[in-house]
Design a binder for this molecule. Structure first.
Ligand code: ADP
Length: 192
């Protein structure tokens, strides 16, 4: 894990938080905060496609042709192209519409679907961005708690060497670090 982050052991898995750029992570797979049409966007999606090169779009185009896209709360997998990561998992989080339109369930589902797909592809190390908290407007403190709870719960059933969150801003890194402290201090650490 890069220096300066937070690391916790959850069973056999290292859960880490770092501030940085997800495109530079040396892990088996990075997760993209994609849109449901799998059409290139801005934010982390634009950064991943720029760094990974055209092979990512070629595979996204094939998935679009085969199944129309990737519904909110689900994920698909492509090559990592020129990225250090071998694979990109494109997960679609919800647009925040005030919180009463199923956004928490959809965000949890995007994280769970990513981890399930990763496990199916024998990925041992995976890095997530903060899905939905950029252009999609999900409040970051709420998203951080939900994301971390979902991952900690999933680690009861799925095995990874490392799950890393890569937060682009220092403020988001601090928000995730605080959320992790809260979650792990609740009821003997893993009751979530
Ligand atoms: P969404 O549409 O799901 O909200 P965005 O890409 O707009 O997705 O934002 C998701 C998060 O990704 C935001 O916190 C944004 O700051 C962050 N982000 C943008 N570029 C990068 C990057 N290169 N590495 C990691 N995180 C990034």
């Amino acid at each position: 894990m890069p220096d300066g982050g937070v690391t916790r052991k959850i069973g056999d898995c290292t859960l880490s938080l770092v501030q940085g750029d997800i495109t530079q992570q040396k892990v088996d797979a990075i997760v993209n905060a994609a849109n449901s049409r799998l059409i290139g966007g801005g934010g982390v999606d634009g950064a991943i496609r720029r760094a990974g090169g055209p092979a990512i779009e070629e595979e996204c185009a094939r998935i679009r042709a085969e199944r129309g896209g990737c519904p909110t709360g689900t994920a698909v997998i492509t090559t990592g192209g020129n990225l250090p990561a071998r694979r990109v998992i494109h997960a679609v989080g919800p647009v925040w519409e005030g919180g009463k339109k199923g956004e928490p369930d959809l965000l949890a589902s995007a994280y769970r679907a990513s981890l399930t797909l990763a496990a199916q592809h024998r990925i041992r190390t995976i890095a997530f961005p903060s899905i939905s908290t950029g252009v999609y407007g999900y409040p970051v403190a709420q998203a951080a708690r939900l994301a971390l709870r979902t991952v900690v719960n999933a680690l009861r059933e799925l095995s990874f060497d490392e799950v890393r969150f890569v937060l682009f801003s220092d403020a988001d890194f601090k928000t995730y670090a605080e959320a992790l402290r809260e979650i792990l201090s609740e009821a003997g650490s893993i009751k979530v």
